[in-house]
Design a protein around this ligand. Sequence first.
Ligand code: ZN
Length: 310
Amino acid sequence: MKLLGIHHITAIASDPQRNVDFYTQTLGLRLVKRTVNFDDPSSYHFYFGDGIGKPGTVITFFPWPDARRGTRGSSQVVATSLAIPSGSLNYWSDHLKEHGISVENISRFDEQGLRFPDPDGLLLELIASPQSDDIDLKFHSAVPNEFVLRGFHAPTLQLQDSAPTAKVLVETLGFKLSAEEGSRRRFSLNGESTSAQLDLVERPDDPHGHIAAGTVHHIAFRTPSDEEQLKWREKLVDLGFAVSPVMDREYFHSIYFREPGGILFEIATEGPGFTIDEPAEHLGENLKLPKHFEAHRSEIEKALPPISFK
Ligand code: ZN
């Protein structure tokens, strides 16, 4: 039973149009699914990723038009990090500046990167990495192929006390401590994939963040099958975690639990994937609804803010 890496990261946005424009036009990702929040169909759920929305590349948003801005702090994923090919830092730095974004240079575990906020203040990092995950580039990106984002790189999880979280990562979820730099510790599921890593940072005096626009809602890890997911569920329940039942998210199946530091973790299956309800060439072009919402499609569409897609 082994987790394969990060599956997706879900964050909160405010203006849906601005969110779509930023992640497709500025960051060059593909909108691979346009659907609604299954727990609240009056709001969109957007999934952005590589050409097919391969697990490990997917960042998703609940855009709530009137959402207030949250605050970053402890018990949160405080930086969402994505890999870029080595040699593409200058391209990205210039490209982001052309879009009016102020960029900070960062250096981490011998790699260089850029840090900047998205339009809602979500902290993003692009880390230039010589090893990159195998992603699907067969889509029209606003960014040249050679520079397209290569899926997640180690995101940063901030905690007041990182020991209990580290213990769960290592003793329960199968991570290994792979590097340490000041108060930052890197944990890996395997050494080959940038999206199989995360960093814990301990900040004892930093208050808890408040989750709203511009903050991460949860982080999901990948399991290859429904069978393994059930075994994970059993194992977590036995350890005393309050774990959700398996939820059908249409494109994958999910269980959720809160790690001891308070961050919401999800374990999601690799499949069935985003091509289950529309062909790969047309991903994201139409609003897709799960079957039980189809009968209410016209009311749902009427309630959603209109959006234009470039
Ligand atoms: Zn999720």
